[in-house]
Design a protein around this ligand. Sequence first.
Ligand SMILES: [Zn+2]
Length: 108
Amino acid sequence: MGDVHNFMPDLTIRQMISEVIKGKMLTAKEISKTLGIKEKDVLEHLKHVAKTGGRKGRFVIAPPFCHKCSFVFKKRNRIGTPSRCPLCRSEGIAEARYGIETNEKNEL
Ligand SMILES: [Zn+2]
């Protein structure tokens, strides 16, 4: 397994991811860069964050879409970005974005 797991329990990483995407919409790549963990690992952790939700908010996904024909993967309420558009078969797919909507509007 990944090197991060050796010195940091999963829970901590997931909490960190929750913090990073709170009030924002970020791609797995951006989260990966911010936290210095592999994009593949980010996606795995996001699956768990999606299930449990942020403690102080709601996990949301901005669906991926095709750059070529603008097809939106609306029903794809899953983690990850498809590699190819089902309509035009283009591989230019805009990545899904993940975020946590908070209810704390007074808190900045
Ligand atoms: Zn397309």
